[in-house]
Design a protein around this ligand. Structure first.
Ligand SMILES: Cc1ncc(COP(=O)(O)O)c(C=O)c1O
Length: 374
């Protein structure tokens, strides 16, 4: 068994640590341990500094599960804590990997969606999130791909990298279809609830859906490595518990305490991400309108990433490579199987974003001047 190369993380890891303006990241404004602890009370700070560094519980700390359950509006028994949404994806694909089976995924999409099932010998089928279609997630296309061997259909809303969202009615239609066919519906909601246009409700309300989410994106505290699964089916919950006990046993107890504080104070934490994303998206919109001759784009409806493209149709990797020489990190679209595109994250640079866009604008102008020079 082999994994295909993780082009995105290899690219980000090469540049992210010393680039001046990081527009490659898909997260939001940063937080320190101190910032998070300052949101809590003295009791939490005492608990944090004095907790024993022993194994936690495989399902996740009880009080963290309670906080997640309250936020998601489900009973605590439906919550399985995992090490990032990444571990949820490992468990789900592992459990789906029966010989001859297939899974249905978005393209472009987060590479792990396809890399894991492909490494396990599952057939991957893709519905397109096309720019020609305004990055619409097309329910009919999803349905047409399914057959008797389909184990799982994954919807990612808000979608990485395009920022597309799906309407509640369309999500309910996919839910009804999967429930009728006995296919598992997985809703990846790591960018929920950051929206700029049409909002989508969490699929946690839908009895046959499996929700995966985390604190890495909308909450922007990826360093705690907290993710979770919401599952209404008790038999599946038992399977996740067992998978998790084998894969990683439990989360870091230190991260669990910080995670609980962030979730209980989510009004403050999510507001910071939403404000940065809203403010920066306006600036990005202006900047994009100045480069229409060279760059196409569809403003994202949610999340913290946009997926512009070179109108020439050329491969955007040399463009992204040249941008790094101007201190700007973007992510080449070939990391998402869409080579003429690039991903631009607009919430991680925080208050530096307008400076980053100035530099980006200068770079685009110099790039276009080079293009017309014989
Ligand atoms: C759509 C999506 N799902 C899941 C993940 C996994 O993130 P984590 O393991 O930090 O929760 C990512 C990370 O980029 C992502 O973009």
């Amino acid at each position: 068994m082999r994994f295909k190369p993780f082009l995105l993380d290899a690219w980000l890891d090469q540049y992210e640590h010393d680039i001046e303006f990081n527009l490659g990241a898909s997260t939001g404004p940063t937080w320190t341990v101190n910032d998070i602890l300052a949101l809590g009370d003295d009791e939490v700070r005492h608990r944090f500094l004095n907790h024993k560094l022993i194994y936690g519980r495989p399902a996740g700390a009880g009080s963290l599960r309670e906080a997640i359950a309250e936020m998601q509006g489900v009973p605590m028994e439906c919550v399985q804590v995992v090490t990032g949404a990444s571990e949820a994806l490992v468990a789900l694909m592992w459990l789906a990997a029966e010989p001859g089976s297939n899974v249905i995924l978005p393209l472009p999409g987060f590479t792990t969606f396809s890399a894991l099932p492909e490494s396990l010998g599952l057939e991957t089928r893709f519905y397109r999130v096309r720019r020609e279609n305004g990055f619409r997630i097309d329910v009919d296309e999803i349905k047409q791909l399914a057959d008797a061997k389909t184990k799982l259909i994954l919807v990612n809303c808000p979608h990485n990298p395009t920022g597309a969202t799906i309407s509640d009615a369309d999500m309910e239609a996919v839910h009804a279809f999967t429930a009728e066919r006995g296919i598992q519906l997985v809703s990846d909601e790591v960018y929920h609830p950051i929206y700029h246009g049409r909002q989508t409700k969490s699929a946690a309300r839908l009895p046959h859906a499996t929700v995966i989410s985390d604190l890495s994106k909308a909450f922007s505290i990826a360093g705690v490595r907290t993710g979770w699964m919401i599952e209404h089916d008790a038999r599946r919950c038992q399977q996740y518990w067992t998978a998790r006990a084998y894969f990683s046993i439990c989360n870091s107890t230190t991260g669990e305490i910080l995670s609980e504080v962030a979730i209980r104070k989510r009004d403050i934490v999510l507001k910071k991400t939403q404000e940065a994303a809203t403010r920066n998206l306006k600036l990005l919109d202006q900047s994009m309108s100045e480069h229409r001759d060279l760059l196409g784009w569809i403003p994202p409806q949610g999340g913290m990433t946009a997926f512009p493209w070179l109108v020439s149709g050329d491969d955007a990797r040399p463009f992204c490579q040249a941008a790094t020489e101007h201190g700007i990190l973007l992510a080449p679209g070939d990391c998402f199987d869409a080579p003429s595109h690039f991903r631009l994250g607009f919430a991680a640079a925080g208050d530096n974003f307008s400076q980053a866009l100035d530099r980006f604008g200068k770079f685009v102008k110099s790039w276009s001047a080079e293009m017309v020079t014989p």
